[in-house]
Design a protein around this ligand. Sequence first.
Ligand code: GDP
Ligand code: MG
Length: 413
Amino acid sequence: MSIFDKIFKKKDKSAAETQEKSEVATQEAPDVSGKPENAPTSEGDKDSARAAAAEEAEEAEPAAENAAEKPAEKPAERQVKPTMKAEEMPAEKPEFVAAPIEKPAEKPQAEEPKPKGLFGKLFGALKKTKENFSEKLRVLFSKNKLGDAFYEELEEILISSDVSVSTAEEVVERVKERAIGEKLKDEAYVTGLLRGTLTDILQEAEVPELSYPCVLMLVGVNGVGKTTTIGKLAHYFLERGKTVTVAAADTFRAAASEQLAIWAERAGVRIVKHEEGSDPAAVIFDAVSSAKARGTDVVIVDTAGRLHVKDNLMKELQKMDRVVTREFPEADFLKLLVLDATTGQNALSQARVFDEAVELDGLVLTKLDGTAKGGFVFSLAAELALPVIFAGTGEKIGDLEKFDSKSFVEAIL
Ligand SMILES: Nc1nc2c(ncn2[C@@H]2O[C@H](COP(=O)(O)OP(=O)(O)O)[C@@H](O)[C@H]2O)c(=O)[nH]1
Ligand SMILES: [Mg+2]
């Protein structure tokens, strides 16, 4: 079975989570079909009334009128260049930037990565990473024989490529183990071992295939590319014949749901949105209720990323998590952390924070067209068992690919 086919999994949903009550509310089905001006007219001050309605809804099925209108999903081929810029840039600025490379290192033999095809863009995106890595390895091989000094330096190279210390140790340990007893210990041989080890680490974190219906909730700090990725994902699933609804649960700023509405229109999918400042859990409740009633395949949820009010944000995310688990237990529910690939080691701490709040299922790496190093991907797999599921390679609607571990390793090494 190909890696592409194995990258989804369904985590156990804790029974405890399903019992919690939420104060979300039902309201008229917000079907704006990508037309932001048709956004539902709910008012914040109706929250308590809706809360009561939600309690009733816990026993009953979601209001039938949510289902009345026919789905507005229709695939669209438009590829409009996004015009929006992040108004709030990431709290965490990239700390590590790949060192500029003067000349590409000679490729250690072993099979040539294929620059064309499904993962082709990624090879372009990771070219600098590969040059950087290969150059360092070439220098290492030229001055060292296999031995302690060699392995120590190999560990340092990994760390300088944003692999965490403990993961770098593990990688080197595994390479050492494999090298023992072998006679052929040249550069290509060790590069092959390293490549195999890194691939194993990623594949060990991989997850089974996604099943439908499913809910994908995207979390992450501001500016990493959540909203953009949701537009790309909507397009991705539509192209594969799925029906999609996006939910604007970043209700913190009106601009956030407007930005999502633009993407929804561009992709040609239905959006569920409420007013600025409304309860994000209520948005999810509506999105999930109407998706159930309409038989929608994929619900993709946008969330806020204001880490500076971390406690609130985390409580909000937990509440949304509970709503999906309780209201749509039959759906495959994945909580995906979106990470800017230029972020470096900081990615690990972001992942820990979000994983603690809502148990994460996987990652989406964005901005792989930038100066990504990508080494942290191995640490997230080794230390948090978090696989990368999708990769963003640009700002256009088609710039998203399913992540493939083997191809990724070939692209960087
Ligand atoms: N180059 C590049 N830019 C991206 C990618 N994904 C998102 N962006 C840009 O990152 C900025 C922030 O994206 P946004 O979706 O608003 O982030 P959010 O705050 O997490 O929702 C925007 O300018 C996007 O165009 C990507 O894969 N490549
Ligand atoms: Mg956003």
